[in-house]
Write a protein that binds this ligand. Structure first.
Ligand SMILES: Cc1cc2nc3c(=O)[nH]c(=O)nc-3n(C[C@H](O)[C@H](O)[C@H](O)COP(=O)(O)OP(=O)(O)OC[C@H]3O[C@@H](n4cnc5c(N)ncnc54)[C@H](O)[C@@H]3O)c2cc1C
Length: 353
Protein backbone atom coordinates (compact mmCIF):
# COMPACT_ATOMS: atom_id res chain seq x y z
CA UNK A 1 0.00 0.00 0.00
CA UNK A 2 1.34 3.41 -1.01
CA UNK A 3 0.46 6.63 0.77
CA UNK A 4 1.27 9.76 -1.23
CA UNK A 5 1.98 12.60 1.19
CA UNK A 6 2.97 12.84 4.85
CA UNK A 7 0.71 15.71 5.87
CA UNK A 8 -2.31 15.31 8.10
CA UNK A 9 -4.25 12.89 5.88
CA UNK A 10 -1.26 10.81 4.81
CA UNK A 11 0.15 10.33 8.30
CA UNK A 12 -3.25 9.47 9.75
CA UNK A 13 -3.87 6.98 6.92
CA UNK A 14 -0.54 5.30 7.52
CA UNK A 15 -0.87 5.09 11.31
CA UNK A 16 -4.38 3.66 11.07
CA UNK A 17 -3.33 1.25 8.29
CA UNK A 18 -0.57 -0.14 10.49
CA UNK A 19 -3.06 -0.62 13.31
CA UNK A 20 -5.11 -2.68 10.88
CA UNK A 21 -2.18 -4.90 9.98
CA UNK A 22 -1.15 -3.28 6.70
CA UNK A 23 2.39 -2.20 5.79
CA UNK A 24 2.03 1.23 4.21
CA UNK A 25 4.96 2.95 2.57
CA UNK A 26 4.61 6.71 2.90
CA UNK A 27 6.22 8.93 0.30
CA UNK A 28 6.71 12.61 1.06
CA UNK A 29 7.77 14.97 -1.70
CA UNK A 30 8.84 17.68 0.74
CA UNK A 31 11.92 17.79 2.89
CA UNK A 32 9.94 17.28 6.10
CA UNK A 33 6.74 15.57 7.18
CA UNK A 34 3.65 17.51 8.29
CA UNK A 35 2.64 19.34 5.10
CA UNK A 36 0.45 22.37 5.74
CA UNK A 37 -0.74 20.77 8.96
CA UNK A 38 2.58 21.65 10.55
CA UNK A 39 2.12 25.32 9.59
CA UNK A 40 -1.49 25.46 10.72
CA UNK A 41 -3.17 26.72 13.86
CA UNK A 42 -3.98 23.10 14.67
CA UNK A 43 -7.69 23.56 15.38
CA UNK A 44 -9.53 20.40 14.28
CA UNK A 45 -13.22 21.23 14.27
CA UNK A 46 -16.68 20.68 12.90
CA UNK A 47 -19.78 22.83 12.86
CA UNK A 48 -21.70 22.29 16.10
CA UNK A 49 -24.94 21.93 14.18
CA UNK A 50 -25.40 19.68 11.14
CA UNK A 51 -27.88 22.03 9.44
CA UNK A 52 -25.51 24.94 9.96
CA UNK A 53 -22.77 22.94 8.20
CA UNK A 54 -25.10 22.25 5.25
CA UNK A 55 -26.16 25.89 5.09
CA UNK A 56 -22.58 27.08 5.30
CA UNK A 57 -21.25 24.68 2.64
CA UNK A 58 -24.33 24.14 0.45
CA UNK A 59 -22.46 23.04 -2.68
CA UNK A 60 -20.54 20.33 -0.83
CA UNK A 61 -21.06 16.61 -1.22
CA UNK A 62 -23.56 15.71 1.48
CA UNK A 63 -22.26 12.14 1.97
CA UNK A 64 -18.68 13.30 2.59
CA UNK A 65 -19.90 16.09 4.82
CA UNK A 66 -21.97 13.69 6.91
CA UNK A 67 -19.01 11.33 7.19
CA UNK A 68 -16.74 14.07 8.53
CA UNK A 69 -19.42 15.53 10.79
CA UNK A 70 -20.48 12.18 12.27
CA UNK A 71 -17.03 10.65 12.70
CA UNK A 72 -15.03 13.62 13.91
CA UNK A 73 -15.60 13.22 17.65
CA UNK A 74 -14.47 9.58 17.61
CA UNK A 75 -11.61 10.52 15.30
CA UNK A 76 -10.43 13.12 17.81
CA UNK A 77 -10.46 10.45 20.52
CA UNK A 78 -8.37 8.27 18.24
CA UNK A 79 -5.92 11.12 17.64
CA UNK A 80 -5.53 11.60 21.38
CA UNK A 81 -5.08 7.87 21.83
CA UNK A 82 -2.02 7.89 19.58
CA UNK A 83 -0.49 10.51 21.84
CA UNK A 84 -1.29 13.71 19.97
CA UNK A 85 -1.01 16.55 22.50
CA UNK A 86 -4.12 18.70 22.93
CA UNK A 87 -3.42 22.30 23.84
CA UNK A 88 -7.06 23.36 24.08
CA UNK A 89 -10.15 21.15 24.23
CA UNK A 90 -12.46 23.75 22.68
CA UNK A 91 -12.46 26.05 19.66
CA UNK A 92 -13.53 29.31 21.37
CA UNK A 93 -16.21 29.62 18.67
CA UNK A 94 -19.80 28.83 19.69
CA UNK A 95 -20.60 27.77 16.10
CA UNK A 96 -18.03 24.99 16.17
CA UNK A 97 -16.76 22.17 18.34
CA UNK A 98 -13.35 20.52 18.32
CA UNK A 99 -9.89 20.90 19.80
CA UNK A 100 -6.54 22.41 19.15
CA UNK A 101 -3.31 20.44 18.84
CA UNK A 102 0.34 21.38 18.99
CA UNK A 103 1.14 20.76 15.33
CA UNK A 104 4.86 20.18 15.78
CA UNK A 105 4.32 17.49 18.35
CA UNK A 106 1.34 16.11 16.43
CA UNK A 107 3.57 15.68 13.40
CA UNK A 108 6.26 14.04 15.52
CA UNK A 109 3.83 11.65 17.22
CA UNK A 110 2.21 10.54 13.98
CA UNK A 111 5.52 10.27 12.09
CA UNK A 112 7.03 8.16 14.87
CA UNK A 113 4.29 5.59 14.31
CA UNK A 114 4.94 5.32 10.59
CA UNK A 115 7.43 2.58 9.85
CA UNK A 116 8.48 3.51 6.32
CA UNK A 117 8.56 7.22 5.52
CA UNK A 118 10.52 8.26 2.44
CA UNK A 119 11.24 11.97 2.66
CA UNK A 120 12.08 13.99 -0.44
CA UNK A 121 10.53 11.37 -2.74
CA UNK A 122 7.36 12.02 -4.75
CA UNK A 123 5.19 8.93 -4.55
CA UNK A 124 5.45 6.46 -7.45
CA UNK A 125 1.89 6.52 -8.68
CA UNK A 126 1.60 3.79 -11.28
CA UNK A 127 -1.41 1.52 -10.78
CA UNK A 128 -0.78 -1.81 -9.12
CA UNK A 129 -1.02 -1.78 -5.38
CA UNK A 130 -3.55 0.39 -3.53
CA UNK A 131 -2.64 4.08 -3.49
CA UNK A 132 -4.02 6.67 -1.08
CA UNK A 133 -3.61 10.14 -2.52
CA UNK A 134 -2.98 12.65 0.27
CA UNK A 135 -0.93 15.25 -1.58
CA UNK A 136 -2.78 18.29 -0.23
CA UNK A 137 -4.50 19.58 -3.37
CA UNK A 138 -3.16 21.95 -6.02
CA UNK A 139 -2.78 25.31 -4.27
CA UNK A 140 0.98 25.29 -4.96
CA UNK A 141 0.57 25.05 -8.73
CA UNK A 142 0.07 28.45 -10.38
CA UNK A 143 -0.96 26.69 -13.62
CA UNK A 144 -3.67 24.54 -12.05
CA UNK A 145 -4.86 27.46 -9.92
CA UNK A 146 -5.14 29.60 -13.07
CA UNK A 147 -7.03 26.84 -14.89
CA UNK A 148 -9.59 25.96 -12.23
CA UNK A 149 -9.83 29.01 -9.96
CA UNK A 150 -9.13 31.70 -12.56
CA UNK A 151 -7.88 34.47 -10.29
CA UNK A 152 -7.22 37.86 -11.86
CA UNK A 153 -3.52 37.48 -10.96
CA UNK A 154 -1.42 34.64 -9.53
CA UNK A 155 -2.28 34.04 -5.87
CA UNK A 156 0.38 34.23 -3.21
CA UNK A 157 0.85 30.86 -1.48
CA UNK A 158 0.03 30.51 2.20
CA UNK A 159 0.58 26.80 2.57
CA UNK A 160 3.28 24.20 2.02
CA UNK A 161 5.07 24.59 -1.33
CA UNK A 162 4.83 20.93 -2.44
CA UNK A 163 1.07 20.52 -2.91
CA UNK A 164 1.11 21.12 -6.64
CA UNK A 165 -1.71 18.89 -7.78
CA UNK A 166 0.11 15.56 -8.20
CA UNK A 167 -2.85 13.68 -6.73
CA UNK A 168 -5.35 15.51 -8.91
CA UNK A 169 -3.37 14.97 -12.09
CA UNK A 170 -2.88 11.27 -11.35
CA UNK A 171 -6.56 10.76 -10.55
CA UNK A 172 -7.65 12.49 -13.75
CA UNK A 173 -5.23 10.40 -15.80
CA UNK A 174 -6.97 7.33 -14.41
CA UNK A 175 -10.44 8.58 -15.26
CA UNK A 176 -11.51 10.10 -11.95
CA UNK A 177 -14.34 12.62 -11.74
CA UNK A 178 -13.89 16.13 -10.41
CA UNK A 179 -15.76 17.19 -7.28
CA UNK A 180 -17.78 20.35 -6.86
CA UNK A 181 -16.00 23.52 -5.75
CA UNK A 182 -13.16 23.42 -8.30
CA UNK A 183 -13.11 27.23 -8.51
CA UNK A 184 -13.03 27.70 -4.74
CA UNK A 185 -10.17 27.89 -2.30
CA UNK A 186 -9.48 28.47 1.35
CA UNK A 187 -7.13 31.34 1.99
CA UNK A 188 -6.61 34.64 3.72
CA UNK A 189 -6.17 38.22 2.68
CA UNK A 190 -2.63 39.09 3.71
CA UNK A 191 -0.72 42.39 3.72
CA UNK A 192 0.79 43.23 0.35
CA UNK A 193 4.28 43.02 1.84
CA UNK A 194 6.76 40.14 2.04
CA UNK A 195 5.81 37.53 4.66
CA UNK A 196 7.19 34.12 5.52
CA UNK A 197 5.78 30.77 6.67
CA UNK A 198 6.27 31.83 10.27
CA UNK A 199 3.84 34.73 9.72
CA UNK A 200 1.05 32.80 7.96
CA UNK A 201 -1.20 32.92 11.01
CA UNK A 202 -0.25 36.19 12.69
CA UNK A 203 -0.19 38.36 9.56
CA UNK A 204 -3.65 37.35 8.29
CA UNK A 205 -5.87 40.43 7.87
CA UNK A 206 -8.97 39.02 9.52
CA UNK A 207 -11.15 42.05 10.14
CA UNK A 208 -12.92 42.64 6.82
CA UNK A 209 -16.21 43.03 8.71
CA UNK A 210 -14.89 46.28 10.17
CA UNK A 211 -13.67 47.65 6.84
CA UNK A 212 -14.94 49.14 3.62
CA UNK A 213 -13.52 47.05 0.82
CA UNK A 214 -12.33 48.61 -2.44
CA UNK A 215 -10.30 47.38 -5.37
CA UNK A 216 -7.40 49.05 -7.17
CA UNK A 217 -9.84 50.90 -9.47
CA UNK A 218 -11.72 52.40 -6.54
CA UNK A 219 -14.72 50.07 -6.88
CA UNK A 220 -16.30 49.12 -3.56
CA UNK A 221 -16.78 45.46 -4.46
CA UNK A 222 -17.75 43.82 -1.17
CA UNK A 223 -19.95 44.94 1.71
CA UNK A 224 -18.85 44.34 5.28
CA UNK A 225 -22.26 42.82 6.08
CA UNK A 226 -21.70 40.12 3.47
CA UNK A 227 -18.38 38.97 4.90
CA UNK A 228 -18.74 35.40 6.26
CA UNK A 229 -17.41 34.58 9.73
CA UNK A 230 -14.44 32.77 8.20
CA UNK A 231 -13.90 35.66 5.73
CA UNK A 232 -13.25 33.10 2.99
CA UNK A 233 -15.84 34.68 0.71
CA UNK A 234 -14.13 38.09 0.68
CA UNK A 235 -10.77 36.41 -0.04
CA UNK A 236 -12.24 34.57 -3.03
CA UNK A 237 -13.82 37.80 -4.26
CA UNK A 238 -10.50 39.65 -3.83
CA UNK A 239 -8.80 37.02 -6.00
CA UNK A 240 -11.02 38.06 -8.89
CA UNK A 241 -10.35 41.82 -8.63
CA UNK A 242 -7.52 43.53 -10.57
CA UNK A 243 -4.17 42.29 -9.31
CA UNK A 244 -5.97 39.95 -6.86
CA UNK A 245 -5.73 42.73 -4.32
CA UNK A 246 -7.96 44.99 -2.27
CA UNK A 247 -7.84 47.94 0.08
CA UNK A 248 -9.40 47.66 3.52
CA UNK A 249 -10.49 51.18 4.50
CA UNK A 250 -10.78 51.77 8.23
CA UNK A 251 -12.35 54.49 10.31
CA UNK A 252 -10.90 55.78 13.59
CA UNK A 253 -13.53 53.75 15.38
CA UNK A 254 -12.56 50.51 13.59
CA UNK A 255 -8.88 51.13 14.26
CA UNK A 256 -9.64 51.43 17.97
CA UNK A 257 -11.23 47.96 18.00
CA UNK A 258 -8.69 45.59 19.64
CA UNK A 259 -9.63 42.87 17.11
CA UNK A 260 -8.49 45.19 14.33
CA UNK A 261 -5.62 46.93 16.12
CA UNK A 262 -3.94 43.62 16.96
CA UNK A 263 -3.96 42.46 13.35
CA UNK A 264 -3.75 45.51 11.14
CA UNK A 265 -0.89 45.48 8.60
CA UNK A 266 1.10 48.43 7.27
CA UNK A 267 -1.18 51.47 7.07
CA UNK A 268 -1.60 53.73 4.07
CA UNK A 269 -2.78 57.31 4.51
CA UNK A 270 -6.08 58.02 2.69
CA UNK A 271 -4.37 60.62 0.46
CA UNK A 272 -1.95 57.98 -0.86
CA UNK A 273 -4.67 55.70 -2.20
CA UNK A 274 -5.08 55.33 -6.00
CA UNK A 275 -8.69 56.58 -5.66
CA UNK A 276 -10.52 59.15 -3.56
CA UNK A 277 -11.29 57.61 -0.19
CA UNK A 278 -14.76 58.14 1.29
CA UNK A 279 -15.09 60.65 4.11
CA UNK A 280 -14.24 59.22 7.51
CA UNK A 281 -11.42 56.97 6.27
CA UNK A 282 -8.51 57.19 8.69
CA UNK A 283 -6.20 54.58 7.17
CA UNK A 284 -6.16 51.77 4.64
CA UNK A 285 -4.35 48.46 4.31
CA UNK A 286 -3.50 46.98 0.95
CA UNK A 287 -4.17 43.25 1.02
CA UNK A 288 -3.52 40.41 -1.42
CA UNK A 289 -5.51 37.20 -1.75
CA UNK A 290 -3.47 34.19 -0.72
CA UNK A 291 -4.27 30.51 -1.16
CA UNK A 292 -3.84 28.00 1.63
CA UNK A 293 -5.43 25.07 -0.13
CA UNK A 294 -7.94 24.17 -2.77
CA UNK A 295 -11.51 23.06 -2.01
CA UNK A 296 -12.33 21.13 -5.17
CA UNK A 297 -10.46 17.95 -6.07
CA UNK A 298 -11.13 14.31 -6.84
CA UNK A 299 -14.60 12.93 -6.26
CA UNK A 300 -14.73 10.18 -3.64
CA UNK A 301 -17.43 7.97 -2.19
CA UNK A 302 -18.21 7.44 1.49
CA UNK A 303 -15.27 5.02 1.73
CA UNK A 304 -12.73 7.51 0.35
CA UNK A 305 -12.58 5.56 -2.93
CA UNK A 306 -11.99 7.69 -6.01
CA UNK A 307 -14.91 7.49 -8.44
CA UNK A 308 -15.61 8.26 -12.08
CA UNK A 309 -18.43 10.39 -13.44
CA UNK A 310 -20.62 7.30 -13.85
CA UNK A 311 -20.07 6.35 -10.20
CA UNK A 312 -17.78 3.39 -10.94
CA UNK A 313 -14.59 3.04 -8.90
CA UNK A 314 -11.07 3.83 -10.08
CA UNK A 315 -9.46 0.53 -9.16
CA UNK A 316 -7.25 0.68 -6.07
CA UNK A 317 -7.30 4.47 -5.83
CA UNK A 318 -8.30 6.37 -2.68
CA UNK A 319 -8.06 10.04 -1.72
CA UNK A 320 -8.02 11.77 1.65
CA UNK A 321 -7.61 15.30 2.93
CA UNK A 322 -7.62 18.13 0.43
CA UNK A 323 -7.19 15.71 -2.49
CA UNK A 324 -10.71 14.47 -1.75
CA UNK A 325 -12.58 17.49 -3.04
CA UNK A 326 -15.91 19.10 -2.46
CA UNK A 327 -16.40 18.67 1.28
CA UNK A 328 -16.43 22.41 2.01
CA UNK A 329 -17.74 23.59 -1.37
CA UNK A 330 -19.74 26.80 -1.11
CA UNK A 331 -18.21 27.78 2.21
CA UNK A 332 -15.64 26.87 4.80
CA UNK A 333 -14.98 23.85 7.00
CA UNK A 334 -12.00 22.42 8.84
CA UNK A 335 -9.41 21.02 6.44
CA UNK A 336 -7.73 19.20 9.32
CA UNK A 337 -11.01 17.48 10.25
CA UNK A 338 -11.50 16.41 6.63
CA UNK A 339 -7.93 15.06 6.54
CA UNK A 340 -8.28 13.24 9.85
CA UNK A 341 -11.60 11.53 9.12
CA UNK A 342 -10.92 10.70 5.49
CA UNK A 343 -7.44 9.44 6.41
CA UNK A 344 -8.98 6.98 8.86
CA UNK A 345 -11.65 5.99 6.37
CA UNK A 346 -9.14 5.48 3.55
CA UNK A 347 -7.02 3.16 5.70
CA UNK A 348 -10.08 1.18 6.79
CA UNK A 349 -11.24 0.95 3.19
CA UNK A 350 -7.92 -0.41 1.96
CA UNK A 351 -7.87 -2.90 4.85
CA UNK A 352 -11.38 -4.03 3.95
CA UNK A 353 -10.24 -4.61 0.37
C1 LIG B 1 -1.39 28.98 8.28
C2 LIG B 1 -2.40 27.86 8.23
C3 LIG B 1 -3.35 27.75 9.24
C4 LIG B 1 -4.30 26.73 9.19
N1 LIG B 1 -5.13 26.57 10.24
C5 LIG B 1 -6.02 25.54 10.23
C6 LIG B 1 -6.82 25.26 11.36
O1 LIG B 1 -6.66 25.83 12.45
N2 LIG B 1 -7.77 24.29 11.26
C7 LIG B 1 -7.94 23.55 10.12
O2 LIG B 1 -8.81 22.70 10.08
N3 LIG B 1 -7.13 23.75 9.04
C8 LIG B 1 -6.17 24.70 9.09
N4 LIG B 1 -5.33 24.86 8.02
C9 LIG B 1 -5.49 23.97 6.86
C10 LIG B 1 -4.87 22.58 7.12
O3 LIG B 1 -3.51 22.74 7.41
C11 LIG B 1 -5.05 21.68 5.90
O4 LIG B 1 -6.43 21.62 5.59
C12 LIG B 1 -4.55 20.27 6.14
O5 LIG B 1 -3.19 20.28 6.47
C13 LIG B 1 -4.79 19.41 4.91
O6 LIG B 1 -4.26 18.13 5.13
P1 LIG B 1 -3.70 17.29 3.89
O7 LIG B 1 -3.11 16.06 4.45
O8 LIG B 1 -4.74 17.17 2.87
O9 LIG B 1 -2.57 18.22 3.28
P2 LIG B 1 -1.13 18.63 3.93
O10 LIG B 1 -1.20 18.57 5.41
O11 LIG B 1 -0.73 19.89 3.30
O12 LIG B 1 -0.19 17.47 3.40
C14 LIG B 1 0.02 17.21 2.03
C15 LIG B 1 1.41 16.59 1.88
O13 LIG B 1 1.56 15.96 0.61
C16 LIG B 1 2.89 16.17 0.16
N5 LIG B 1 2.94 15.91 -1.29
C17 LIG B 1 2.52 16.68 -2.30
N6 LIG B 1 2.69 16.04 -3.48
C18 LIG B 1 3.25 14.85 -3.20
C19 LIG B 1 3.67 13.72 -3.99
N7 LIG B 1 3.54 13.71 -5.34
N8 LIG B 1 4.22 12.65 -3.37
C20 LIG B 1 4.39 12.64 -2.02
N9 LIG B 1 4.02 13.68 -1.22
C21 LIG B 1 3.43 14.75 -1.81
C22 LIG B 1 3.16 17.60 0.57
O14 LIG B 1 4.55 17.85 0.59
C23 LIG B 1 2.53 17.63 1.97
O15 LIG B 1 3.47 17.23 2.96
C24 LIG B 1 -4.33 25.83 8.08
C25 LIG B 1 -3.35 25.91 7.09
C26 LIG B 1 -2.39 26.92 7.17
C27 LIG B 1 -1.31 26.95 6.13
Amino acid sequence: MIVAGAGMAGLVTAVRARELGLAPVVYEKGTRPGGSMLLSSGVVWRHADWQAFRLECPAGDERSQRLVWERLDDALDWLRSVGAPVVQDETENPLTTGMRFDTRRLTERLSSRVKTLRLGEPAPLEAGEPVVLATGGFGGSPDLVARYIEPASPLRLRGNPWSTGDGLVHGLERGAALSTGMAEFYGRNMPDTPWTEAEYVAAAQLYARRARIFDEDGVEFFQADDVSWSETNVVQATARRPGALAYYLLTEDALADPGVASRVGPRIAPGKLPFIAPAGTSAAVRVVASITHTIGGLRVDERARVVRDDGSLVDGLYAAGVDAGGVAAGGYASGLAQALVLGLVAAESVAAG
